[in-house]
Design a protein around this ligand. Structure first.
Ligand SMILES: [Zn+2]
Length: 615
């Protein structure tokens, strides 16, 4: 991967007195995804041999059947998707189409030269910050059409930057119902679908994560199509496609689709490089007094003559600066950025960076603060719901932070008797900053959230004990149920829950990171089970020195993850446990500094957190 900077004019800062004008970006330019080979001849031979062998074998097993292949029509959906964690508008650009020129010339289906000599597929690269997206598994390769897996490879190094023609890709090849093949190459190590050879995939089904394994110089998908006779197919229909007469896309996109992939704010100039370690997105949405915000645009197919109107809004929505970016050229991918020193003295609060492009307005918010409050920690809106027992007047609660400060509470015993046995949806707590907390429920009657025990024995019946109902002084008494409570984040993930007969008080720990429950995104073959019940989670000993023993039991036999989290909600260790049921494992914590930590058990969307002390 290589990039070219166009230094346009001199560094030009945005000032507070700008009116609408054309303002040259300080820096940026075309980003070139290098146009060279992406499958070596030796790798191609290996794949072909594997394919021939596998297809013969699968035919022998009756899994593939030529009789079923007749007259089927295949059409492709887009072979990539972003995951829910990526908030970019779009996430890719196209560097190379199929080379239609059999000699040494370059010719793509659209009669341009957006290809390299002898290219047999379509190269789609993730953009911008392909290594950031790679690190966080933000772009997935999915089946463009349903079919049967006829070849796959896994376990190869996936951070290639310099072209190495001895390297092998992680890949999947799918055969469709008409006998045609789709090759999906350059996947991330460890990400290739766990489905076996001969298993079928549906359209849109996960195949892997975009990366740079094999003969590759940056994260991209090489998508190659062969018909049932092995002929190269160019899925794009166009004036210079001499390989096939019709598009193979369900809905073929235009040759260029001018797209503002994203607008971002940075704490320093963004650095786009290879490999991952050398890329510096410098992403930030948090700035304090005297900081400079770098406002950046990232385009796919930016087209000469296109105009983008840009604005910065103060917290009161008034416009602080506005200007226009004019595109002077056409690029497969490009980016531009402007430094803006924020005004001394504020106003502080949430600012907006806005861009009008192609009839749409895109907005990126950033916080400008005075260095003290409010800080820019992200925060979570949480919701507490309580089902009371028969004595709501005894119930109170509080949420305390890691320093013991109360951040939210019922304000004492405030619930009237009328709340009995009703669900009380408490107002959302709108912003709990990232960190770890204790939720404590108190019962003034020392019997938890259950009806009062009584030892009174009348008429020979021990009545009302355990709230089971019965007869009290000859009067029938209704059975009463215990109360409970649940604290959830905005996604509905349970942060803490409890209730029942806990005595005087009951404390649950929970952590918030990035404005949601501190939950690490499960990987793709995660066996998700909603609301798996954690029956038990124990840490031994409570004062941990070098190693701790964790014992847990799950209601369902499914995967679980254990995280060690600091008091700021940051995950320090993550352990995947590919087994449910009762487990006992030992975790080393000797590298942790002395202090409070939290152990979190995540299974499906259930999280249980326990505090421990490292000596
Ligand atoms: Zn390619």
């Amino acid at each position: 991967m290589k990039k070219k900077y166009l230094l346009l004019f001199i560094l030009y800062s945005i000032t507070s007195t700008l009116s609408a004008q054309i303002l040259a970006p300080a820096q940026g330019g075309e980003h070139i995804f290098e146009t060279t080979s992406c499958i070596s001849d030796s790798e191609r031979n290996k794949v072909e041999l594997q394919l021939q062998k596998n297809i013969l074998q699968l035919k022998g097993e009756g899994i593939l059947n030529d009789e079923l292949l007749k007259n089927a029509v295949v059409s492709f959906d887009w072979p990539l998707r972003k995951t829910a964690n990526l908030d970019f508008n779009s996430y890719y650009a196209i560097s190379n189409y199929v080379d239609q020129d059999q000699s040494n010339g370059l010719l793509d289906y659209n009669c341009d030269a957006r290809t390299y000599n002898g290219h047999k597929g379509t190269d789609i690269f993730s953009w911008p910050f392909s290594w950031y997206m790679y690190d966080n598994d933000l772009v997935e390769i999915i089946a463009a059409a349903p079919g049967t897996i006829v070849a796959k490879n896994e376990g190869e190094f996936d951070q290639q930057c310099a072209l190495d023609n001895t390297a092998t890709a992680n890949y999947v090849v799918v055969q469709h119902s008409d006998g045609s093949l789709a090759y999906y190459l350059h996947m991330k190590q460890g990400s290739v679908t766990t489905k076996a050879l001969g298993q079928t995939v549906a359209v849109g089904e996960y195949l892997g994560v975009i990366a740079s394994s094999g003969y590759s110089n940056g994260p991209h998908l090489h998508f190659e199509v062969r018909d049932n006779l092995g002929n190269i197919i160019d899925p794009y229909q166009g004036g210079c496609n001499s390989l096939n007469t019709q598009t193979w896309w369900t809905a073929q996109q235009p040759n260029r689709v001018p797209t503002l992939n994203t607008l971002l704010t940075h704490s320093a100039p963004p650095v786009i490089d290879c490999p991952a370690a050398n890329e510096s997105p410098n992403l930030s949405d948090c700035f304090s007094a005297n900081d400079t915000v770098y406002l950046a645009l990232y385009f796919r197919d930016e087209t000469s003559g296109a105009a983008t109107n840009l604005r910065i809004r103060r917290p009161d929505n008034s416009i602080w600066a506005n200007w226009t970016h004019n595109s002077n050229n056409t690029y497969n991918s490009s980016y531009w950025y402007w430094p803006a020193p924020l005004p001394a003295g504020g106003p502080y609060g949430v600012w907006k960076f806005e861009a009008d492009f192609d009839g749409q307005t895109y907005v990126r918010e950033f916080t400008y603060h005075d260095g003290t409050t409010p800080n820019c920690l992200s925060c979570a809106s949480v919701d507490l719901s309580i089902t009371f027992d028969g004595a709501p007047t005894q119930t109170s609660w509080e949420i305390t932070d890691a320093a013991g400060g109360t951040v939210a509470s019922s304000g004492g015993n405030v619930y009237g008797a009328g709340s009995a046995n009703s669900n009380l949806g408490l107002p959302d707590i709108s912003c709990l900053p990232d960190g770890c907390y204790d939720l404590t429920f108190f019962d003034a009657g020392n019997d938890g959230m259950c009806p009062r025990r009584t030892t009174t024995v009348l008429t020979g019946i021990n009545i009302a004990t355990l709230g089971l109902g019965g007869v009290f002084n000859g009067t029938p008494r209704l059975a009463q149920t215990c109360g409970d409570y649940t604290l959830t984040d905005a996604n509905g993930t349970v942060l803490a829950s409890g209730g029942g007969r806990f005595g005087t008080s009951e404390t649950s720990n929970f952590c918030i990171s990035g404005g949601i429950a501190a939950l690490v995104q499960p990987n793709n073959d995660w066996n998700v089970k909603s609301n798996n019940k954690v029956i038990d989670l124990q840490i031994l000993p409570n004062l941990v020195v070098d190693e701790m023993t964790v014992i847990y039991s799950l209601e369902e036999m499914v995967d679980a993850e254990l995280h060690i989290i600091d008091i700021n909600g940051k995950t320090l260790q993550q352990h995947t446990q590919n087994a449910g049921g009762t487990q006992e494992i030992r975790l080393s914590v000797n590298e942790l500094a002395s202090g409070f930590y939290f152990l979190q058990l995540v299974s499906g969307n259930t999280i249980v957190t326990k505090k421990f002390v490292k000596q």
